[in-house]
Write a protein that binds this ligand. Structure first.
Ligand code: 3H9
Length: 708
């Protein structure tokens, strides 16, 4: 499409209609702003035009600036499209469907009126990509709806549904949207004679009241301090809204522009832009048939009513999909459903779910006791005990009852998908669907390809994930699959550093300062130390060379299983989740170190951070080398949504690129010399370092899909 085609102008019934047509989402790409300016000038000059409508073709109004253009030189226009819309000599009406986001909402705010269809959403989500609304949004929105509401919207970046936006005063009218163009033309005709023109820039009523309340801005800064630590964009957003209250419009715009330019090329914005595109890339399977459209599922089943099975069933119910939960024992089934009911009840108590929503969701979950009862479901997810023999039995039964095109998925976190597929005559329809606990909360959903899983099954399984609000990422079948396998060496290093003299509280502080919401030892206490203990015992029994982790083993044997027992890595007061460092743990660490004869030393914060994360970078290189993940950026998505890695650092591999592939290799090679085999650099890491190729451009050496 040429730049000339991205904006059209035509006149109907005395109304100039400006149509932005830049698929897929009408971002303000090359030529769009210029096209809007030219169209408004045409409308101004045409005596037949009484008013103008700005509308988007296709599925959306305007989704914002073209994010791909940030960090690159852009044409500087003599006047912005907002200025031109705002000073149009005839009324302008933004007609919104789909999304009006960022620069898109800023165009709409520069119009004199805004109408929307009921399903539309508006927002200024720039903060989520590390910048601020730089097209006048921070100055116009507070003047339209008041600084408090504007600040909440801009700092959260949330998408506001049309009805709510109307109540807030952003939208003037909701229209049915049967024929938005026609409805917008009619609306424009109804306001064509209104004067003076309703320019938001001229309004002072909403901001005036707040001039005397500077405390509001400090209170907002305080309220975001924890969530926004290490970040600049949210604070700059607040400063801009403050400017809207204290400065005349044009000065406020200058402040906005200055603060915007401080953010655009900062590391925070680069990382967040990277994360935005990584999350879209992860949905793509190279070489997948382009014409294959996975259909929507209408009925799901979960086998197993344990904690995981219950959480998976909740994910379906929360997304409006009826789900059957199968347990052959009535007792276990009833207990499982009670757990689900209790979880919902907690949300109702907290106010995040209403009682009516809870009732609706519970009504979507049907308990069943016979395999025959789930045969008509489009997808079944097995979530039974993590033992190959148990899983095999389930799949043998599913083979008998499930309709021929059903997706047969396993929520195993480690067992080879081929083992389950081997129990059926349709291995192409079998894949892993690995949820992360708690399954109804965590966004990551790893789609595991077995040797015979078809690409259509992978695409359908990924769609199931998206249908229930998850981020689907593909992994190959191997021990731990991609996500947990890449995280495992981090877990080992944190234990081994204790033996050398670091303390849980120091390691946790380093990781929280880095940006994790909670330290790894506190996470251990939350999930229960006994989980890792049982796995280690099993692995030690299977493998005589298994490296024992004496410190956590000893804590569990002392009854310290984490928060549930009031003590684990830390000590807890009754009814309080705050972790307190504990002398008992210090003594256990000292005992073990003495017994093992490991000399004690101090660690810098930098060494702790690198020991943990480099170990995982090295493992991720091995995963890519073996073709067990499709891209380095997929691994980053897994870390962002599975392990709480700070988003403003992009992801594990993006962060490592910030240090540099050569330096990462040098350090890992040095630790290989010092600590032995577990630090052996991956071949891929060595090759990347030799060629100076960034991690994020690393390509798998094996094509997961070509392999079979
Ligand atoms: C801004 O406006 C700054 C201004 O204040 C002033 C500057 C001076 N740019 O998400 P989807 C692509 S900052 C470029 O899968 P959905 C996306 O990559 C911007 N590309 O669809 C994908 O491409 P592909 C503020 C964009 O229906 C395709 O469109 N705005 C942009 O699930 C489909 O996207 C935002 O931050 C863009 N702005 O969700 C909004 N948006 O097919 C960002 C999308 O090649 N966008 N693409 O992978 C979104 O939040 C979602 O895309 C949206 C649709 C909700 C609109």
């Amino acid at each position: 499409m040429s730049e000339a085609d991205v904006v059209r102008f035509d006149v109907e019934d005395g109304i100039g209609v400006i149509t932005v047509d830049y698929p897929p989402v009408n971002a303000l790409g090359p030529g769009v702003r210029e096209g809007i300016i030219a169209a408004v000038e045409k409308g101004n000059a045409d005596a037949n035009v009484k008013a103008m409508v700005l509308i988007g073709a296709g599925r959306s109004f305007i989704a914002g600036a073209d994010i791909r253009m940030f960090g690159k030189p852009r044409p500087v226009l003599p006047r912005s499209s907002q200025d031109v819309l705002d000073s149009a000599t005839k009324p302008t009406v933004a007609a919104i469907h789909g999304f009006a986001l960022g620069g898109g909402l800023e165009q709409a705010l520069a119009c004199h009126y805004r109408i929307a269809v009921p399903s539309a959403k508006v927002g200024l989500p720039e903060v989520l990509i590390g910048i601020l609304p730089g097209g006048g949004g921070t100055q116009r929105l507070p003047r339209l709806i008041g600084p408090k509401a504007a600040m909440e919207m801009i700092v959260s970046g949330r998408h506001v549904p049309a009805e709510e936006a109307k109540k807030m005063g952003i939208i003037d009218a909701i229209v049915p949207g049967k024929d938005l163009r026609r409805e917008a033309i009619d609306y424009a005709k109804s306001v064509a004679d209104k004067r003076p023109l309703a320019r938001i820039r001229d309004r002072t009523d909403h901001v005036a009241a707040y001039k005397a309340d500077p405390g509001m801005f400090d209170a907002m800064r305080k309220s975001i301090a924890r969530r926004a630590r290490n970040q600049k964009a949210p604070y700059h957003c607040i400063a801009c809204v403050e400017a809207a209250v204290n400065q005349p419009f044009d000065e406020g715009i200058a402040t906005e522009r200055r603060l915007f330019s401080e953010l655009e090329n900062a590391d925070e914005a680069k990382a967040l832009r990277y994360a935005f595109f990584a999350e879209r890339e992860v949905a793509k399977i190279p070489g997948a048939p382009k014409d294959f459209k996975p259909g929507k599922i209408s009925r799901a089943a979960v086998v197993g009513a344990g904690t995981m099975g219950g959480g998976i069933a909740m994910s379906f119910a929360d997304s409006g999909i009826p789900v059957k939960v199968l347990e052959v024992s009535r007792d276990v089934l009833e207990r499982g459903l009670q757990r689900v009911r209790d979880n919902y009840a907690i949300s109702v108590k907290r106010g995040s779910t209403t009682q009516a929503q809870m009732d609706e969701r519970m009504a979507r979950i049907t308990p069943v006791e016979r395999y025959e009862d789930i045969g008509d479901c489009d997808v079944v997810i097995e979530a039974v005990f993590e033992r190959p023999d148990v899983k095999k039995e389930v799949f043998a039964k599913l083979e008998k009852v499930m309709k021929p095109d059903a997706l047969l998925l396993s929520n195993s976190s480690a067992i080879d998908t081929d083992i389950m597929a081997g129990m059926t005559s349709r291995p192409a329809n079998v894949a892993g669907a690995h949820f992360f606990a708690p399954a109804n909360v965590m966004k990551l959903y790893e789609v595991v390809k077995g040797t015979k899983t078809s690409v259509e099954t992978i695409l359908r399984t990924m769609q199931v994930g998206r249908d229930i609000g998850k981020i689907s990422a593909v992994a190959g079948s191997c021990d731990g699959f991609a996500a947990n396998r890449s995280r495992a060496p981090f877990g080992t290093e944190m234990m081994l550093m204790l033996e050398e003299g670091a303390l849980p509280e120091q390691i946790d502080k380093v990781m929280v300062d880095f940006g994790y919401p909670i330290g790894p030892f506190a996470v251990g206490d939350l999930s229960g130390l006994d989980i890792g203990y049982d796995t280690r015992k099993r692995r030690a029994a299977e493998n005589p060379n298994f490296r024992k982790l004496l410190i956590p083993d000893r804590l569990v044997e002392m009854g310290r299983k984490g928060q549930k027992t009031g003590a684990g890595w830390f000590r807890y007061e009754k009814g309080d989740r705050t972790p307190h460092p504990d002398e008992v743990v210090k003594a256990v660490i000292a005992d073990v170190a003495r017994e093992l004869g490991i000399p004690q030393r101090t660690f810098t914060d930098d060494e702790i951070l690198k020991r943990l994360l480099f170990a995982s970078v090295n493992e991720t290189c091995k995963i890519l080398e073996e073709g067990k993940a499709l891209r380095a950026s997929d691994m980053d998505v897994m870390w962002l949504h599975g392990f709480g890695f700070p988003r403003y650092r992009g992801g594990l591999m993006f962060w490592a690129d910030g240090i540099g592939v050569k330096e990462v290799y040098r350090q890992i090679a040095e630790w290989h010399q010092r600590y032995g085999d577990r630090w052996k650099p991956a071949n891929l890491l060595r090759e990347l370092a030799e060629s100076g190729t960034p991690f994020r451009e690393a390509k798998p050496k094996v094509d997961m899909f070509a392999a079979g």
